[in-house]
Structure formats: C-alpha cells, structure tokens
Design a protein around this ligand. Structure first.
Ligand SMILES: [Zn+2]
Length: 346
C-alpha cells in the first residue's frame, strides 16, 4: 500500500469507532523520565483468606462464598448499576437524568488466587468461556437489558483492587456509547457495501492478511487493527460473520478459548511479566434494534504498557481530542507478536 510509511506522523481511520488515530512511531524514541512500571515479584498465595473472591471467604456484605472450583459468578456487592435504581427522569436538555439500571456481575476464572487466564488448563479455560456464554445469554434475556459487556481488568497498573483472577459484566438498560458507535458504523458499512460485514471486510483485506495477522486457526484470527489505538492492541475476530457467543458452536468456543489464552501468554512473553491488560468481549447489543444484524463479534485487548516498563497514559491531547496517539506502528506490533513462541510460556 503506497500510503504506508514507517509509521511517523500518520493519521489512520478506525472504521468501527469512526475516528482518527495518530500513529507516531518516532515519539517512542523520546528520552523517558516518566513513570516506570515494575513487575511484581512476590508470588501470590494459592488461597488468600482476606480476598473476597476466594472460596469460603465471607464478603463485605456478610455473604460467604461457596467452596467453588473452576469458574464462578456472583452479583457485584458494590454495583455501579442496579435494577432497583429510582425511576428519576429529567428531560431538561441541559440537565438530563435517567436511572442507571442494570446488573453488575463478578466472574472468577478460578478458585486459585494465584492463577491467571494464562495458567489455566484446557478444561478450566473452556469452563470460563462457557460461563461467558451462559452469563451473556441469561443477562441478554432479562427484560429491558440493552447491552451486556463482559470484560477483564488485569493488573494493579490499571487500578485493579483485587488480584484474584476475575472479570466483570456490566449489563445495562441502555446501549453503551461505544456499542452505539460500532453498531452505527457496521450498519452504514453494510448499507454502502451491498450488505457486507465491516469486520469481515477489514479481516479479509489484503493489507490485514499480509501485515496485521498474528495467528489464525479454522474459526478465528488474531490481528492488530490497522488503526490500533494502543501499542500492541489486538483483536480476536471470527472468520465468519457471527454476532455473539450465543451464536457460536462448540468448536468455535473451544477455538476462542485457546486463542484467547495464547494471546494472554503472548503478552506475558512480550512484556516479560504477568502483563496487565484490559480485554473486552464485544457481543451484539441485546435491544432488538434492526441494525444488530450487521454486528460482528470481536474480542479486543487494550494493553496499557508500551514496553515492559512504560505505561501509556491517555493525557492532555488524548483527553481533549479523543484521537489517541499510538507510539508503535501496528504492522510492527503484529510482526513482533507473531514472532513470539507461545510454547515457551511457563
Ligand atoms: Zn482470591
């Protein structure tokens, strides 16, 4: 592609979010006197009696966790949303108010406090993906729920308060801002491109296939998006247009579990530590909107590190402009991750 250069001072279009990203590989060479992030070297215990996610521990609200093993879900004791939210509305165009209704769930990946998704065995891993699917389907079927976002915040670097391996779900009575943008982008793409799928078009694009794929199997591809917003951002995209975990068959779910874990291990090897990360499952909204048919599932990783010791902050320009500056050229990130031998993870 003649429009590509070495990644210096280039704007790239992120079609799913409908926004420009700045690729500025030369900014990575700046002298660094900012925050340095060191990996924790103290090993975690297998069971922590003060951890409110560990089996048998009594949580702050007085409820005792069962003696669970494997993946386990429960209601968040300190939810950001509630179906009991008071029905307060204000239609004042300057002071709009609506109730924040929904469900917040906590998903433990394992009974072991010292586990991560990278360390689970295949059966445990499939249990996690099955839990994702069951929780998504159950919450999607609740009356009034418009969006079910499953995600994992991993590592103290991004403010995680509890290091027990776990993810969360926010099931909201509204479609989130990001999901609204993604849905609109995918519907418009289909309208303007004879019904084709935006994500499938991006995945099958000659440039993606040549330079942005990290690995793939029969059912999914792991790729760096052309307009990655974060250094080493990656996506797991199905090789067919499928909207959610609920529509995937067993072989696809097994493949997703394996590739997800391989990518988590790849990040550990890339950053030479248990790598902090944010991972997000972008399932189709659950509000029966006519444009949902154009939605294609993907799983996104937004790693906060730009190298093993440097955290990327979304500061002045990005806070103000919402055009994120990525200091690593996406094709270089893909090449670097492609070269990692995941079998060396331990
Ligand atoms: Zn724990």
């Amino acid at each position: 592609m003649s429009t590509l250069n070495d990644g210096a001072w280039q704007r790239r279009w992120q079609p799913l979010l409908q926004q420009w990203v700045l690729i500025s590989a030369r900014s990575a060479a700046r002298p660094w006197s900012g925050a340095v992030s060191k990996a924790t070297t103290t090993p975690a215990p297998e069971h922590d009696p003060y951890c409110y996610l560990c089996p048998r521990v009594t949580r702050a609200n007085g409820v005792q966790n069962p003696n669970y093993s494997g993946a386990f879900a429960f209601d968040n004791d300190f939810p950001s949303l509630s179906m009991q939210a008071p029905d307060t509305h204000n239609t004042d165009p300057l002071l709009g108010v609506a109730p924040a209704k929904g469900y917040c769930r906590v998903l433990c990946w394992s009974e072991r406090h010292d586990a991560t998704l990278a360390s689970l065995d295949p059966a445990e891993l499939k249990g996690v993906v099955q839990l994702w699917r069951d929780e998504y389907a159950r919450l999607a079927a609740q009356p009034g729920i418009g969006n079910v976002l499953i995600f994992e915040n991993k590592g103290t670097e991004i403010g995680v308060s509890n290091l027990h391996p776990h993810g969360q779900i926010y099931a909201t009575d509204f479609v989130t801002d990001t999901a609204t943008r993604m849905r609109s982008a995918q519907a418009n793409w289909a309208l303007e491109n004879a019904g084709s799928s935006l994500l499938q078009s991006l995945l099958s694009h000659k440039h993606t296939q040549a330079a942005c794929i990290i690995e793939k199997d029969e059912y999914f591809s792991v790729m760096v998006p052309f307009a990655a917003r974060f250094a080493y951002e990656s996506w797991i995209v199905p090789n067919r247009h499928v909207s959610s975990l609920s529509e995937m068959h067993k072989a696809e779910l097994d493949s997703l579990a394996i590739l997800y874990q391989r990518q988590v291990r790849r990040y550990d090897l890339l950053f030479n530590r248990v790598a902090p990360n944010v991972s997000l499952l972008h399932n189709v909204p659950t509000d029966n909107h006519q444009d949902n048919v154009h939605w294609c599932f993907h799983l996104a990783f937004h790693p906060p590190l730009r190298d093993p010791e440097k955290l990327k902050y979304l500061a002045g320009f990005e806070s103000a402009a919402n055009n994120i500056v990525n200091p690593v050229r996406p094709e270089d990130a893909a090449a670097r991750m492609r070269e990692i031998d995941v079998s060396t993870w331990c």
